[in-house]
Design a protein around this ligand. Structure first.
Ligand code: G6Q
Length: 544
């Protein structure tokens, strides 16, 4: 793979950015806006139905120029093309990275190992659509002949967070007669609570697991099968009517007792956290219907095309990716707050935590060297306005720099009195207050006692982006998710890491499998861990 042989911090653009940062470090957003009355119109870009205002970042024209140069020195253009073409850019797993193929139109041609994968993608989509229509219409019957009313998705990580987020985000478009539940945690309470008010005769389980070996998912799937059989008189034939699978592993699906005719496949070139638009989105399709699901895919595809074709200076994922590098590596920001002013997006920050941090939480470069700079910031957030009455204090007046991504929509899906205007007034007020703050003179002019003035000063100069769209539709959700997927890729290319593996989750899994029998064995086990782990195991055994 072609990558710049010069380590990142030795490249001309990086060095120039470091020097430039020193030069402009005293520059305040107040001055930047005062110096250019059109800044708020100029530092904007749009694509795939999303509008981005990035003017409230601590940047000037030179910063942008150098960031674009940084992207060029990392061969971002070449790396984008390599991903879309299906090159095996996930080098540690020797895999192509083609979530973009999941939303490619039927006419597209994307070749992996000599084969066009697009027809396979559409065959699975057609199969999902036919199945979704049968369940949604009541044509698909449970074992006792009753129609399905409840759908329980069992999966974890990438096989859960996307579906959970999309179900919440698209609730407005969902068939309300169907109940959706999501079970992920190996903590038995997750399953118990999810099914406690459900009738097994009316319940369909989707076991979503790329590998079909994941401990949590398989444990929950076994408990689900036992619960179903207990509720339906114990005949194993019932399983076929109440379980379907989403997986790449037909052998394991069939060994579990699920008819592979009811298995929806995907491929090793779809990473877990990039899979909500594959068959892993079956629960989403059941909720919103095949047409809305295809609209969701169209939104993803519109952002893919924007990312692939738009010059860097107007390219939303490139701009946001580069700005996050600026904030992270040159301004020292450790986190990014994602703050949707749309309650349906309440699980979006949780979804982004995995997408961003599992992807770029790496300290080894593609060349196998330890990085000498920060990689992924910590992504977190809550919907506005709730966050305002909680942690915004720290963003406004704390000691840390926390860049914010505000997300807002012009239209409410269900308008209610003044609610939406008030919601939008709040998001605009927050980014304004963060950027411009309130000076000591302004506070004093309000006749505040001298000693109180410093407490009431807002320094401002806190950076934010505002992403604005007309309304939350399936297309817009697709565009929004694809936007962040590609931001993550841009960041990964600049930092020179592989955003598509996740070796860091392995060690804990292996150790858990070693510890489980030590907790369960009747006889006192011989323990060979460190003294802390040994003592905790003994304490658990005594108390359990
Ligand atoms: C995502 C990760 C991880 C994965 C889960 C579930 O990118 O790979 O979160 O999605 O571990 O894996 P299975 O789908 O194989 O059960």
């Amino acid at each position: 793979m072609k990558s710049n042989p010069k380590s990142l911090t030795q490249r001309p653009a990086w060095k120039a950015l470091a020097a430039h940062q020193k030069k402009i470090s005293k520059l305040h957003l107040r001055r930047l806006f005062a110096a250019d009355k059109k800044r708020g119109d100029k530092l904007t870009a749009s694509g795939a139905g999303l509008f981005l205002d990035y003017s409230k970042n601590r940047i000037n024209a030179e910063t942008l120029k150098l960031l674009v140069q940084l992207a060029k020195e990392a061969d971002l253009r070449g790396r984008i093309d390599a991903m879309f073409k299906g090159e095996k850019i996930n080098i540690t797993e020797n895999r192509a990275v083609l979530h973009t193929a999941l939303r490619a139109p039927k006419t597209a041609k994307i070749i992996v190992d000599g084969k066009n994968v697009v027809p396979d993608v559409h065959a699975v989509l057609d199969k999902m659509s036919a199945f979704a229509k049968r369940v949604r219409s009541g044509a698909w019957k449970g074992y006792t002949g009753k129609r399905i009313k409840n759908i329980v998705n069992i999966g974890i990580g990438g096989s859960d967070l996307g579906p959970v987020m999309a179900h919440e985000a698209l609730r407005h478009y969902s068939q309300r007669s169907l109940v959706f539940r999501y079970v992920s945690n190996v903590d038995g309470i997750d399953f118990v609570e999810a099914v406690q008010d459900l009738n097994p005769a009316e319940t369909l389980f989707i076991v979503s697991s790329k590998t079909f070996t994941t401990l949590e998912t398989m444990t929950n799937a076994e408990s689900a099968r036992a619960w179903l059989l207990k509720g339906l008189g114990g005949n194993k034939k019932a399983v076929a009517k109440h379980f379907v699978a989403v997986s790449t592993n037909a052998e394991k699906v069939s060994a579990f007792g699920i008819d592979t005719a009811n298995m929806f496949g995907f491929w090793d070139w779809v990473g877990g956290r990039y899979s909500m638009d594959s068959a892993i989105g079956l629960s989403t399709m059941l909720a919103v219907g095949p047409e809305n699901f295809r609209k969701l895919l169209a939104g993803f595809n519109a952002m893919d095309e924007h990312f692939r074709k738009t010059p860097f200076e107007k390219n939303l994922p490139v701009l946001m990716g580069l700005l996050s590098v600026w904030n992270n590596n040159f301004l020292g920001a450790e986190t990014v707050a994602v703050l949707p002013y749309e309650n349906y997006l309440k699980r979006f920050p949780a979804y982004l935590q995995q997408l961003t941090m599992e992807s770029n939480g790496k300290h080894i470069t593609l060349a196998g060297k330890k990085v000498t700079y920060q990689t992924s910031p910590i992504y977190w957030g809550e919907p506005g306005t709730n966050g305002q009455h909680s942690f915004y204090q720290l963003i406004h007046q704390g000691t840390r720099l926390i860049p914010c991504d505000f997300i807002a929509f012009a239209k409410a899906l269900t308008p209610l009195g003044r609610h939406h205007d008030l919601l939008i007034a709040n998001v605009l007020a927050q980014s304004e207050a963060l950027a411009f703050g309130k000076t000591a003179e302004e506070v004093a002019a309000e006749k505040v006692a001298d000693w109180l003035v410093p407490h009431k000063v807002f320094e401002g100069n806190r950076p934010s982006n505002t992403i604005f769209a007309e309304k939350l539709t399936p297309e817009i959700l697709g565009a929004l998710v694809a936007l962040y997927e590609h931001i993550v890729y841009v960041q990964g290319v600049i930092w020179g890491v592989n955003p598509f593996d996740q070796w860091g989750v392995e060690l804990g899994k292996v150790l858990a499998m070693r510890i489980a029998p030590e907790l369960e064995s009747k006889a006192e086990p011989k323990l060979a861990h460190d003294s802390s782990t040994n003592a905790l195991i003994r304490r658990y055994r005594k108390l359990k």
